[in-house]
Design a protein around this ligand. Structure first.
Ligand SMILES: O=c1ccn([C@@H]2O[C@H](COP(=O)(O)O)[C@@H](O)[C@H]2O)c(=O)[nH]1
Length: 316
């Protein structure tokens, strides 16, 4: 990429993270990397609890003066990486907006993930995979091993074929120091019809998913570090977690919180939804920052403001 250098600060004053944040294998037992939870915790300490999504909607491509094709997609994505990739805790490409351009879009997604690695940014690929265990093994090979062209630091997964169906992904993530974000209480209003339903155990479906994540993160909890198996909990869910008897803090899970910005949540909602679990939260916004582009300074300014707001709500 021959764009601006990735040094300097966003408006919040958060320093750029040096490239190459993976390493220190011996301390962890992981081959070549710290566990994802530890790396995410360090990134949130350095940059504030904000993840910015790369969601190249057709309307955003147009607003940035770009073509709605793979060339426009590439320009958009690499501009975002260059402007803010090294200045926020994590970046979350949304696979759907790459997939809609077919194989050329997937090639751009590979390049975007490589560019994130290059600037030292943690990548969370929002791809929401879930299938029977044997097929889940294929997805694990696609996203969670070092040699995979689409390898990310973490991916989103769907537990609605049963938490146990995620085992191949859980194992691959553990073996390579990567992470998962399991859909728990999603930010869309329709999610409640399934996630709030009561299972045969008497627990709500979302509570059972949170129990699964807590079990996956038990060893990290014992070691005093944030777990690597996160939950997606929307910043828009109001009191749902409490109402369903879910103790989010007890899961020791990083909590990816979409819904900030374009979906209406802000500081007040983050504070209300997460309460005692707020230190685990990575607030996530896409259009709320991307809408400020294409000017890199404007993108940095929007990301800086969003990071400040998330920090005020979650780190007091
Ligand atoms: O519960 C969920 C899970 C994922 N998402 C994804 O996050 C972004 C939100 O984009 P905005 O522009 O900030 O609304 C998008 O990629 C969703 O697929 C979510 O919104 N809610």
């Amino acid at each position: 990429m021959s764009r601006e250098p990735s040094t300097g600060t966003i408006a919040s004053g958060a320093p750029a993270r040096p490239a190459g944040s993976r390493g220190e294998a011996e301390e962890t037992g992981f081959p070549g990397t710290l566990p994802f939870g530890a790396r995410l915790g360090a990134a949130m300490d350095d940059h504030g609890p904000l993840c910015v999504g790369i969601d190249p909607h057709a309307a955003l491509l147009a607003a940035w003066g770009l073509t709605d094709d793979a060339a426009g997609l590439r320009e958009f994505s690499l501009r975002v990486v260059e402007a803010i990739g090294a200045r926020v805790a994590a970046v979350k490409p949304q696979s759907a907006f790459f997939e809609r351009h077919g194989s050329a879009g997937i090639a751009v997604l590979e390049e975007t993930l490589a560019a994130l690695r290059e600037v030292g940014a943690l990548s969370i690929l929002d791809v929401k995979r879930g299938d029977i265990g044997s097929t889940m093994g294929g997805y694990a090979q696609a996203y969670l091993v070092d040699a995979a062209p689409l390898a990310a630091d973490a991916i989103t997964v769907s537990p609605y074929l049963g938490y146990g169906s995620l085992t191949p992904a859980l194992e691959a993530a553990s073996a390579s120091g990567r992470g998962l974000f399991v859909l728990g209480l999603t930010s869309n209003p329709e999610g409640a019809t399934v996630q709030h339903a009561t299972a045969s155990s008497g627990r709500a479906v979302a509570a059972m998913i949170a129990d699964g994540a807590a079990a996956s993160n038990a060893a990290a909890r014992a070691a005093g570090t944030l777990g690597s198996i996160g939950l997606v909990v929307g910043a828009t869910i109001g009191d749902a977690a409490r109402d369903l008897g879910i103790d989010l803090a007890a899961t020791n899970a990083p909590l990816l919180a979409p819904g900030v910005g374009a979906q209406g949540a802000g500081e007040a909602e983050l504070a209300r939804v997460f309460g005692a679990a707020r230190a685990q939260v990575l607030a996530s916004t896409s259009r709320g920052v991307l809408g400020a582009g294409p000017d890199p300074e404007a993108l940095r300014g929007a990301a800086g403001r969003a990071a400040l707001e998330a920090g005020r709500a979650l780190r007091r």
